[in-house]
Design a protein around this ligand. Structure first.
Ligand SMILES: *[C@@H]1O[C@H](CO)[C@@H](O)[C@H](O)[C@H]1NC(C)=O
Ligand SMILES: *[C@@H]1O[C@H](CO)[C@@H](O)[C@H](O)[C@H]1NC(C)=O
Ligand SMILES: *[C@@H]1O[C@H](CO)[C@@H](O)[C@H](O)[C@H]1NC(C)=O
Ligand SMILES: *[C@@H]1O[C@H](CO)[C@@H](O)[C@H](O)[C@H]1NC(C)=O
Length: 503
């Protein structure tokens, strides 16, 4: 991972921006010069097409609903009794629908079998030079707004059943559409909204929290300086989730993607560049199809760095939320950045733990970048030898870090910590005994919101010696009950004693 990929991303951006001066920018008469909204009822200039796809044929456009032609609604078997998803694609080099479209359609029907899934086709405008296509988002947004207004008016269809989902440039299309509809739509989901030309644009030109009653956003490819990032970096919704920090996604490094290309036979370099960008869609699909068993959680945090220290695994006052379709529609005055770590493939869910340890030593020891292996044992399962590079390891200091597992280990029972020898010969191992002692380990589990204190299994302290055995910690006997449980327990005991006495 690293250099090559950065290079490809740069090429993509350069390609995207190339010839901006040659391309004709479409006229931008979004709001016109008068206050009339009559233009919204002129359907003759609509270029975008609206295809009602079916669960049976998710990959083909068999029936278009045409604004101004009410008979096309029953012809396409639009079900006015259920909700409607409007899926909006982004920029496309090939001028074809990308392979994620039928996957998302299928997942939406899997979750909501009776719903209407409408795919917007603005391919002709989406295959221009990037700046041209970016400027077209206004006209496409207008088309979508006209379509939604017309459909709603024709059927007296409830606004709260309309959910727009837009990927990349399509997220801004959804935002502009939401701004222009006669009433706010229920929800807009922005899937890695495009960054170039939008990062510093005003709220009328981009997706923003004003565009729907609830706007949720997944940011998955926001690497580099704000001007070059493929995905928009700033929050643009009510809930903005940055999986894996939002910059770059696991499994999307060059090596992995080349392997994928080799095994799937897709000969498209574009895939490499798009992997992290498109991950936003696959995370949403995951939330549609895997919610019952593998609902991912995200946590509000002031920064990615604080999150990586495990300091934000708190669920009080809406500080955590479900990722994707099942998100709780929390509308706070300020947009909130939320974080989580994910697996590199579906199901993406990981379990998050904060581990806090205090390292005692009689000597003054200072280390950086120390390789550790941590093992967690719980009531359901265990996860052993989770690697963690400890950035700093100093005498009499406390360390807090984030640890994740892909299995649900349940309630924690035991923790082991091992200090690996690093790859290089170290003089300190030769001369001294690099050893710390640890009295307690504190582990907070994000998904089950439990906090457990572990004490050394044998004696008051456990010893952590480089290259030696694990330091073992077990659940503190006095700490395995919460305060409430202790009170209940005491009351029960007293109750039974009382009964005994009266018997
Ligand atoms: C003002 O609204 C009318 C419709 O009432 C429309 O025909 C006209 O083009 C609009 N003017 C501009 C400048 O958009
Ligand atoms: C247009 O709207 C603005 C404010 O919304 C208002 O001040 C102005 O009088 C309106 N103009 C016309 C011609 O209705
Ligand atoms: C670390 O703290 C312990 C206990 O407070 C103390 O005995 C020890 O001397 C300290 N170590 C150093 C190097 O200051
Ligand atoms: C706490 O731990 C003790 C000893 O391990 C056990 O007997 C007791 O049942 C535990 N209590 C709870 C509430 O888990």
């Amino acid at each position: 991972m690293g250099k090559e990929n950065t290079y490809l991303v740069t090429v993509w951006i350069i390609l995207a921006n190339i010839c901006a001066s040659f391309s004709s920018t479409p006229e931008q008469t979004l709001f016109g010069n008068n206050n009339s909204t009559e233009w919204l009822e002129d359907y003759t200039d609509i270029v975008s097409k609206f295809s009602l796809r079916t669960a049976e044929v998710p990959d083909d456009d068999l029936c278009y609903i045409v604004p101004g032609q009410p008979l096309t609604i029953p012809k396409c078997e639009f079900n006015s009794e259920t909700q409607t998803f409007v899926v909006i694609h982004g920029w496309t080099v090939t001028g074809l629908f990308e392979s994620w479209v039928p996957k998302l359609v299928t997942a939406l029907y899997e979750r909501e079998p009776k719903a209407n899934v409408i795919v917007v086709d603005w391919l002709t405008r989406a295959q221009q030079h990037y700046p041209t296509s970016a400027a077209y988002t206004k006209l496409v947004g207008r088309d979508v707004a006209k379509f939604v207004n017309w459909l709603q008016k024709t059927l007296d269809y409830p606004w709260e059943r309309i959910h727009l989902l837009g990927y990349s440039l399509g997220a801004h299309v959804a935002g502009i559409a939401g701004l222009l509809t006669n009433h706010k739509v229920s929800r807009i989901t922005g899937l890695d909204p495009a960054g170039p030309t939008f990062e510093h644009a005003d709220t009328q030109s981009t997706l923003s929290p004003d565009d729907a009653l609830f706007v949720d956003v997944l940011h998955t490819n926001t690497r580099g300086s704000p001007d070059r990032s493929i995905g928009i970096q700033r929050p643009v919704g009510h809930v903005d989730i940055y999986p894996n920090g939002g910059t770059f996604q696991p499994g999307c490094d060059l090596q992995n993607t080349m392997m994928m290309i080799a095994t799937t036979g897709i000969h498209n370099m574009d895939q490499i560049v798009k992997c992290s960008h498109e991950r936003s869609i696959h995370l949403f699909i995951d939330s549609l199809v895997n919610a019952a068993e593998h609902q991912s959680m995200a946590y509000r945090c002031s920064s990615k760095e604080a999150f990586m220290k495990g300091m934000c695994l708190n669920c009080r006052k809406n500080r955590c939320n479900k990722v994707g379709y099942g998100v709780n529609k929390v509308r706070l005055p300020r947009s909130t950045k939320m974080y989580l770590k994910t697996r590199e493939m579906m199901p993406f869910k990981l379990f998050h733990y904060q581990v806090k340890v205090h390292f005692f030593s009689s000597e003054k020891l200072d280390y950086t970048e120390q390789p550790m292996k941590i093992s967690l044992y719980g009531t359901h399962d265990e996860k052993t030898d989770i690697p963690y590079i400890m950035p700093f390891l100093n005498t009499n200091s406390t360390v807090s870090f984030l640890l994740t597992t892909d299995v649900d280990i349940g309630e924690l029972l035991m923790v082991k910590l091992r200090w690996e020898k690093d790859a290089y010969f170290s003089w300190s191992d030769w001369w001294g005994n690099s050893n710390f002692h640890i009295r307690k380990m504190r582990v907070k589990a994000g998904e089950i919101q439990s906090k457990v204190i572990f004490s050394a299994k044998d004696g008051e302290f456990a010893y952590l010696v480089r290259g030696k055995d694990d330091a073992v910690f077990v659940k503190s006997k006095e700490d395995n009950m919460s305060r409430k449980e202790k009170t209940m327990h005491r009351l029960k005991m007293q109750g039974s004693l009382f009964k005994k006495n009266t018997a």
